[in-house]
Ligand binder design. Structure first.
Ligand code: GDP
Length: 459
């Protein structure tokens, strides 16, 4: 028993952890103890009067940072999830957990961090560990046949304190493209936590089959997942660079953005932020479904404020900043408010994970990460207003994330976007590629797919 946990104040505020010292992260993270369970039961019905849906143990106990369960599906998904887990291991944060699933043995063997027992090979009797190539219908079929094994592996790793699931996959291939919507449907059947997808779009140069696969997969995923983040390989590779040689760099970009987003609210050396972005805010931002894109910008702190001990957290982004650093020193100076606003504008107007018309976004979330001195409250509020003026909806959430770093990083989530030329282009290529007849879309989550004659993988 852990009696002090039960007598915590009933009304939770965003800064509960500071105000209730008895509630330490160590204590909360003793899964399975009686006291732990008790806290969960006591708190869920009094959680700020909110719906208790999607409230996990760590939220219920006043510890709001998001716990994500990643499933890396196929080669691209596996590599990216391996990177998320290795970032987590390096930082010692224990925010992420996950498994990887593939029909190709060699892809699974090539990973570095995911424990061997969490690398799940499916379709062995059908493709003998050689993968399904670009046949995403085979990927879907094998996943459907073996979904119980995948669900058991997820269960074994542990889902008791998870806030959301995130399936990561390249949508142009076979295994991840076909398996992702099948698994999303199954997870939603079993768990009440939201199921998100992080999908990688193929570059047109990879060929029409990849675009066709991605269009069909995406059309199916939109109806199964609670929200779908997209990353467009073609928008991110450099001129003249092949997609393949760009993979490592692109994956770094992905893990950097989503790593910051999904760690927001996590108490660090500086405690939790003044304006915490907790998991329920991320979940509410994504509630509308459809497609979501993410913007990102970074700037160094002015030199006299530079921290002596630079944390590992944002150091890896140093290289991206060096060019801009010089240009911005004069502009930003001591004006932290202006600096935050400028960074948020740059994140939203710069290259998004899926380039699109940001003004069609239904909701947004603004997250500013950096040393506490730089996290200007007024700047965040003003930046939120600016985002609100520039998107279709009025819901803009935001907050800060104090970390020990020489850099200030901004992540802007633009959720449920209404128009992305890249998706139209993809659907157009796919339409030309297929000979099947038009079937009406039963989905309602994104109007972008309504008029298209691309058949989903399944309905
Ligand atoms: P699967 O193993 O059958 O699921 O297929 P892949 O995961 O290889 O998916 C193929 C698609 O993912 C293609 O569009 C590739 O360009 C893309 N892809 C493969 N590996 C990576 C990677 O490491 N990073 C990124 N960003 N894209 C990748």
């Amino acid at each position: 028993m852990v009696p002090e946990l039960i007598i915590l104040p009933i009304v939770l505020t965003k800064r509960r952890i500071k105000k209730a010292p008895a509630l330490t992260i160590d204590k909360i993270e003793a899964p399975g103890s009686l006291g732990y369970k008790k806290v969960f039961e006591l708190r869920t019905d009094k959680f700020l009067g909110e719906k208790t849906d999607n409230i996990s143990h760590n939220q219920a106990a006043g510890c709001h940072f998001m716990k994500i369960f990643f499933i890396g599906f196929g080669q691209a998904g596996g590599k990216i999830v391996d990177m998320f887990l290795s970032q987590d291991k390096r930082l010692g944060t224990n925010s992420f957990r996950g498994i990887v699933v593939n029909t190709a043995r060699t892809d699974l063997m090539g990973l570095k961090t995911v424990p061997m027992r969490d690398r799940i090979l499916i379709g062995q009797t059908v493709v003998k560990g050689h993968g399904v190539g670009t046949d995403n219908a085979a990927g879907a079929k094998i996943t459907l046949d073996e979904v119980d094994g995948v669900m058991s592996a997820i269960d074994r790793v542990g889902t008791h304190d998870v806030d959301a699931f995130m399936i990561v996959a390249g949508l142009g291939g076979g295994t991840g493209s076909g398996g992702t919507p099948v698994l999303a449907r199954e997870l939603k059947k079993i768990y009440q936590e939201p199921v998100y997808v992080l999908g990688i779009l193929p570059a047109p140069e990879e060929g029409r089959l990849y675009s066709y696969n991605a269009a069909r997969s995406l059309k199916t995923i939109i109806n199964e997942a609670d929200n779908t983040f997209l990353f467009d390989n073609s928008a991110w590779k450099n001129e003249g660079e092949s997609v393949k040689t760009a993979f490592q760099r692109l994956n770094d970009e992905i893990v950097r953005r989503f790593g910051i987003l999904f760690r927001a609210g996590e108490p660090g050396k500086f405690g939790v932020g003044e304006m915490v972005v907790d998991s329920s805010e991320i979940i509410n931002t994504l509630r509308g479904g459809g497609i979501t894109t993410v913007g990102y910008a970074i700037s160094s702190v002015s030199s006299k404020k530079k921290q002596k001990n630079v944390g590992a957290f944002i150091t890896s982004i140093k290289d991206t900043i060096i060019r801009r650093d010089h240009e911005e020193e004069g502009l930003l100076g001591e004006d932290r408010t202006a600096k935050v606003i400028s960074l948020v504008r740059r994140a939203m107007l710069g290259r998004l994970t899926l380039p699109c018309d940001y003004s069609t976004a239904e909701r947004a979330l603004v997250l500013v990460a950096g040393p506490p001195d730089e996290l200007d409250r007024k700047g965040i509020e003003k930046a939120k207003s600016w985002v609100e003026e520039n998107i279709a909806g009025v819901e803009v959430r935001g907050g800060d994330y104090p970390v020990n770093s020489e850099f200030v990083a901004v992540v802007v989530v633009l959720a449920s976007i209404g128009n992305a030329p890249r998706i139209r282009e993809l659907l157009e290529i796919a339409k030309e590629t297929k000979d099947d007849v038009y079937k009406p879309d039963r989905g309602k989550k994104s109007t972008m797919f309504e008029q298209e004659s691309i058949e989903p993988l399944f309905e």
